[in-house]
Design a protein around this ligand. Sequence first.
Ligand code: UDP
Length: 235
Amino acid sequence: MYKRVLLKLSGEFLSGDSGFGISPDTTADLARLVTGALGGTGVELAVVIGGGNLWRGARNGKGMDPATADYIGMLGTVMNAMALQDAMEATGQPTRVMTAIQMHAVAEPYIRRRAMRHLEKGRVVIFGGGNGAPFFTTDTTATLRALEIGADVVLMAKNQVDGVYDSDPRKNPDAVRLDHLSHREVVERRLEVMDATALTLCMDKGLPIVVFDLFQEGNLRRLLTGERVGTLIES
Ligand code: UDP
């Protein structure tokens, strides 16, 4: 049974069918899914939201100064964090957005001890702005913040992928799902879990990771109440 978890959501979970931008309906569905799963479990939940629905530095910023392109991506994650906050609060769940890049008019600055206090009080804390540094992704933010706040696990939410496979299940119909792996196996077999920097940090610090299908009915609730779902990666 987990006490405190970090849930990593991709920006694309907010965009609906178009795959781009923020759909209020899709965001409301996502918020209901997450707060519905959380309700009554007593688990403290922190969320890192990506920005791929709006901007990815390396993909969208071709020809630009790469650092500037990444800062644009980080700002995108703040927009997503605000949209998610709005939708979660509409379900009655208290939340706080904390940003790595300070923007006092829209959110609190990220202060580690304050984030932990919010969690203790039952607020969902949504981390926006990535790490506040270019050349990273929000996978590293998820790992970094999880370590900082003492989360028991990083939950890597996927859509229509229910764990880690030995090869890409979309390309190989014989791909086999792996239920339990060590960090080292994931590195050595180059399995797709999170980017290499984030994975190495998890391995170095012994932080467990669960890769699971968020959109499969009941999965998040089962995870939060201590059931095994998806693929568990630990040392
Ligand atoms: N980004 C960054 N530093 C960070 C986190 C994110 O520069 O610490 C930028 C980077 O350009 C990235 C973009 O923000 O491409 C969006 O984040 P990400 O690609 O991780 O979003 P996701 O794929 O999870 O939706």
